[in-house]
Design a protein around this ligand. Structure first.
Ligand code: ADP
Ligand code: MG
Length: 316
């Protein structure tokens, strides 16, 4: 018995020195080491983040893979780091063909700054892609992008998340036929008993994509994403032409305003029942669908499921 006890003691001492075999088994593929991540170029930036194209080449023989790396702009490091961590946790939990794929994280040496590693979509966002590819993109292709966005959104809603920042700039293009929702930076989970999320931090609202209830009472429902989808659909049908952008159009409707007044005027315009106009060359039944997204009362708005059905009919 004494011998057994001694053996246990020995194990305790030498245990830490016995390393498990190094190999694929103990390598976590979702942890990216900073030293192997090489920046190629900037892909874009939004409110608080920036996204870079990088090559991850741990073998150092140029067989590495390309990835998109999202980090916070230095000026936002402090106050936004929780947001990026939450975005990472949300994206990690989502699996859908129309949602950008999570690949992993990369931690800075100090362990403070964290980066989100996701798949790289070479065509960028719809906002970059559509103006450049008008000729090869006809209405039925535009409508198929709309269906795909609705499918991703319907899945997101089934996971009890509200996106809160659905816009063409946040939809990425994989190839001519496939789009994916990216940027879950403002996504929030909704509690079942409430059915909405209350905004605490108002200074980041993309107001021209927001439903009236978001602007007036800071409440976000699943139906508020449907409103933003309608605005996104408007952008898609106009090929993201910036001279016809939602902001340009709403500004025309409101007349000259500034600062705080903009919000008040926007709310008034919407309460008067005024909406973005029917884009040039847009069939009336397609515009009707947008307007179903812009019903004033959230409960009256069309759902993503119905949108998928109705868009699929129009696409044919
Ligand atoms: P932010 O939260 O700062 O708005 P986004 O996630 O929207 O950041 O990314 C900003 C821009 O970077 C996008 O509009 C797009 O042009 C580009 N981008 C983002 N993710 C990818 C990706 N996975 N592949 C290619 N381009 C991307
Ligand atoms: Mg964005």
């Amino acid at each position: 018995r004494a011998i057994v006890r001694d053996l246990d003691k020995i194990k305790q001492y030498i245990g830490p020195f016995i390393k498990p075999p190094v190999g694929p088994i103990d390598v976590d593929p979702t942890v990216f080491e900073k030293r192997f991540l090489r920046k190629i170029r900037e892909l874009g930036e939004g409110h608080f983040g920036k996204v870079e194209l990088c090559i991850y080449d741990p073998r150092g023989d140029r067989t590495g893979e390309t990835v998109a790396v999202k980090s916070l702009k230095p000026e936002n490091r402090e106050e936004q780091s929780n947001n990026l961590s939450r975005e990472i946790d949300i994206l990690k939990a989502l699996y859908h063909k129309n949602i950008v794929k999570y690949k992993g994280i990369c931690q800075e040496e100090g362990g403070q700054a964290i980066k989100l590693i996701m798949e790289y979509l070479p065509q960028g966002s719809l906002k970059e892609y559509l103006p450049r590819n008008k000729r090869s993109t006809d209405l039925s292709v535009l409508l198929s992008y709309c269906v795909q966005i609705c499918e991703g959104m319907d899945y997101l809603g089934s996971c009890k998340f509200i996106h809160r920042d659905l816009a063409a700039r946040n939809v990425l293009v994989e190839n001519e036929t496939t789009v994916k929702i990216g940027d879950f930076g403002l996504t929030k989970s909704i509690k079942d008993n409430e059915g909405y999320y209350t905004v605490k931090d108002e200074n980041e609202s993309p107001v021209f994509w927001y439903a009236p209830e978001c602007l007036t009472s800071c409440k976000f429902y699943l139906a508020s994403d449907v409103w933003s989808f309608g605005v996104t659909m408007y952008e898609i049908i106009t090929y993201c032409d910036s001279t016809k952008s939602p902001m340009t159009r709403f500004m025309e409707m409101m007349g000259k305003t500034q600062g705080q007044m903009t919000l008040i005027h926007l709310v008034r315009v919407l309460q008067d029942g005024r909406r973005l106009p029917c884009p040039d060359d847009c069939p009336e039944d397609v515009y009707e669908l947008m307007k179903k997204c812009w019903e004033h009362t959230p409960e009256k708005r069309i759902t993503f499921k119905r949108l998928i059905e109705e868009l699929s009919v129009l696409q044919k």
